[in-house]
Design a protein around this ligand. Sequence first.
Ligand code: GAL
Length: 363
Amino acid sequence: MKTCMRHTALAMTALSTAVALAACGSGGGGDPDGGSSPTIGLLLPDATTARWEAQDRPLLEKEIKELCGDCSIEHANAKGDVAIQQEQMDSMITKGVDAIVLVAVDARSLATEVRDAAEANIPVIAYDRLAQGPIAGYVSFDGQEVGRLQGRALLRAMGDDSAGSRQIVMMNGDPSDPNAAQFKKGALSVLTGRVKIGKAYDTLQWRPETANMNMSGALAALGVGNIHGVYAANDGLASGSISALKANKVQPLPPVTGQDAELGAVQRIVGGDQYMTVYKPFGPEASAGAAMAVAAARGEALDQVGKDTVRPIGGKQVPAVMLTPVAVTAGNIKGTLVKDGIYTVEQICVPRLETACSKAGLT
Ligand code: GAL
C-alpha cells in the first residue's frame, strides 16, 4: 500500500509530511523504496456478462500473484451501475492503492475519477474497454475486427448470395461501453448493402432480458418468417434473442452471432441454436493486463509491456497491447477453446449434446 495517501498527507505536520512524501519515491504509482507491498485495485463492470468474474478475475489475480508475490489485490464489481463504480474508484484512491485495473461501466462518466487517480499518482490501466481521461495503459482487442468477424460469419451462414433480399435484426451493446460502438461499426462495414437491417437496438447494460424483449418486438413488427439472421453483439444478447425466437416458434432458427465464448454459447453452437461466437483469448489479455498493472504499481515504464499505442479521449497517447479476436463456429471449438484449456470436452458435451458433439468432432 502506498505511504503517500493524499488525505492522510494533508492532515500531517510539515515534518511528517516531508518524511511521507520522501517514502513515495518519484513518478509512477509504485512503491519504489520497498516500504510496503503494492496493492492493485481491480474494478470490474458487471455480473451480467459471465467473463468478468468467471474468466478475467481469476486469471488476472493468478497472473498478478505470479509476477508479484507480495502484491495484494482489491476487487470490486460495479454491477452495471456507474455511480457505484465511481464510488469504488474514489475508495481505491482514498485507500492509496498503487495501480488500478479498470473495466469502465461508462467510459465518459468515469473520466473524472481517472483524472483524480492520475492526480493522486495512481496509474489506471484500462482493461478491455478504453476508459476516457489520463489512463496509463490499455489492453484489449481490435473491436472493429470483432464486428467484422461477426458480420462476415452472419453473411456466410445466411448464404452469401443474399444480395440485399434478406433481413436481419441487430442487437448491439451498451452505448456507454466504447467497445459497443466499435463492434457495431465493424459489423456495419460488412453488412451494409448486403442485407436489410429490419430493426437495430442498443442494449443498456448488455442485458439479455432486454434483448429478449426487443426480439419479441422485432418479431411482432417484422413477422415471424421475415428475420433471416440476427447480429447479436455478445453471447448474452444472443441468448436473450434465441429464447425469444424459440418462444415465438421460429423454425428453423436463423443464424445468430455472439461474442465471449461463454460455455452456454458454445453449447448452443454445438446444438445448432447459435451460429458463432467471437473468442477473445482471456489468457493473453489477462497476462498483458497483469504485467501492466504490476509494472505500473512498481512505478516502472509501461512501454516494455505495451508495444502498441492508443490515445484515449481526454488523455495523451499511452502504451497498449492490442490482441487478435478469433471467430468460433462448431468446426473449430476443439482447435481453439478446448486447445486453450478454456473448457474441456466433458464440460461442453453434456448428455443432451452427445450426438451433436460427435457430429462437431468433439467426441
Ligand atoms: C465488452 C466486452 C465484451 C462483452 C461486453 C459485455 O466491453 O469487450 O467482451 O463482454 O463488454 O460485458
